[in-house]
Each structure stands twice: as structure tokens, then as C-alpha cells.
Design a protein around this ligand. Sequence first.
Ligand code: FES
Length: 111
Amino acid sequence: MKTTAPGTRLCAVDDIPDPGAVDIELENGADIIITRRGKTIRAFKNACPHQGTPLETFPGRFLTRDKQHLLCTTHGARFRMDNGMCIHGPCRGKPLQRVHIRLMNGEIRTI
Ligand code: FES
């Protein structure tokens, strides 16, 4: 199975709207979401804990209209951007799976 080498550049912090989120496909085919709110940058697997589907219906659209939370459009689950916890919807209390990343000189890289 292919893996993404440690230190691989994923994107620049400035590539992500503030607040906002982008999705990145790793070399092994894994789909991750990188979120940004101010200085807080997080990454999660793009798989809803409810049924495992990707969160977005439309490419690149991950946030609620008020841009406060990540949204799974399949059944409307809402997730905190800082820790991925579901706060509303059928998977309430279950988090998105965190992906560890490293920030260096304005760039986001794998660990
Ligand atoms: S699959 Fe995300 S809320 Fe059901």
C-alpha cells in the first residue's frame, strides 16, 4: 500500500480561507479535510462517523452557512472545527478522525 512520506507538503496556510476548509487527497488515496480558523489549523479524515461518507456534496464546500462548523450534507451533522466533535445530528458525540499535521513556515505538511 502506498503511503505519503513524512514531511510531504499538503498546502500552504494561505491556500485555506479563514475561516474555511479544503480537501486534499493523499498518495494512498485517503481524503482529508484541513480546516482553518485564525491560527487554528486542523486536519481530519473526510469520512462522517455516521455512515463513513465524505462530508461534502459540492466540491470544496464543507462549512455551514454561518461558517461556524463543518457540515456533513448527507444527514446534516455538524462538527466543531477545532476538534472535529459532532455537536448536532445522528452522530452527535462522535468525532471526525483526526489526522496529525505539522506547520512549518506557513506550509502544512504530513508528519
Ligand atoms: S453520513 Fe454524515 S450525517 Fe449521516
